[in-house]
Ligand binder design. Structure first.
Ligand SMILES: O=C(O)CCC(=O)C(=O)O
Length: 310
């Protein structure tokens, strides 16, 4: 918990009117204030990693290059386990300090995804993949490892969509207590598409520079835009963060309305260990499959490559 606070907030400070008081309390500089207000109002904020950022980006590209020698590899999960530069970016002090201030709990990175080209990923909110109890203590940090060009499949996002109600599997029309990943494509995706169309929100693109981090709130709708220039690269690192002292779960296979959570055991990139889910300070049981997976990944320390479909 950040120094000077007695008990952790149940709602991220960035979602409350206590944000400005906190910015004053920590003596936040102009960049952090602008970042915090943008995250509050639009659901995203940009941070510059500072003088060491571009060099770390180059090293991260170099240290992950051989994974992409196989052109069918689309992404590499958890390269931080082998690449010191990826780990340094995922635990960058500027990012940790800004998140600590705006959320009011201690942030920890639990996963990294390395990309060489754009993902063209359909629109989604991370709150269907990773969520927390109390809610919204999760965010994504997208780091540009090279300057981003619009035609290289820039990250696309719908500003302000983080304020829409969180779409759950039941909210998307599922009438069972045991959602499966296939239900996501069948129900969640069309329901989210319809919700965004009805909102009238126009999409924007994250055309950021090498060494900048684009941070999105858990419920900001985002995805990868089409690559319109053949052969364009879009080297990037996505770092997913949780915050200490929460329950962590996978909403896509949970029934939060009935209190049935698929509780995860997230890795802790800072230490190489993990962070136990907790409610009111007490440990909460983890789904056995997730426990086994966490143990395996910790022992093997091996990044996982995913190939393009089709
Ligand atoms: O990098 C992209 O194009 C999308 C990444 C993304 O949506 C995610 O990791 O949640």
């Amino acid at each position: 918990m950040p120094a000077g606070r007695s008990s952790p907030p149940e709602v991220p400070l960035v979602e409350t009117d206590r944000l400005e008081t906190e910015l004053d309390r920590v003596g936040a500089n102009a960049e952090t204030r602008a970042f915090a207000r943008s995250l509050r109002d639009k659901g995203y904020g940009v941070l510059d990693l500072g003088p060491d950022g571009p060099g770390l980006c180059d090293q991260a590209v170099e240290q992950t290059r051989t994974w992409f020698d196989d052109s069918s590899v689309q992404r590499v999960q958890d390269a931080w386990r082998r690449s010191p530069a990826v780990k340094a970016l995922a635990t960058h002090p500027r990012v940790l300090a800004a998140l600590r201030t705006v959320y009011g709990r201690e942030p920890f990175p639990f996963q990294t995804l390395s990309f060489q080209v754009g993902t063209e990923q359909p629109k989604h909110s991370d709150a269907i993949h990773f969520h927390s109890d109390p809610p919204l203590f999760m965010c994504g940090v997208w780091i540009a490892l090279e300057d981003v060009a619009l035609d290289a499949g820039a990250l696309v996002y719908w500003p302000g969509s983080h304020k829409l109600p969180i779409l759950t599997m039941r909210g998307a029309g599922l009438n069972r207590p045991d959602p499966e990943p296939a239900d996501h494509d069948r129900l969640y995706q069309p329901a989210l598409d319809a919700r965004i169309a009805a909102s009238g929100i126009a999409p924007e693109h994250a055309v950021v520079r090498k060494g900048q981090a684009f941070v999105w709130a858990a419920n900001l709708v985002h995805g990868g835009s089409p690559i319109t220039r053949e052969g364009a690269t879009r080297r990037s690192l996505v770092v997913h963060f949780y915050f200490e002292g929460c329950v962590y779960y996978t909403p896509m296979i949970s029934d939060p309305e009935a209190g049935r959570l698929a509780v995860r055991l997230p890795a802790d990139v800072r230490t190489g260990g993990w962070v136990w889910p907790r409610r009111q300070g007490r440990r909460v049981g983890v789904r056995p499959g997730f426990f086994a997976e966490a143990v395996l990944r910790r022992v093997l320390r091996r990044p996982v490559a995913s190939r393009r479909r089709g």
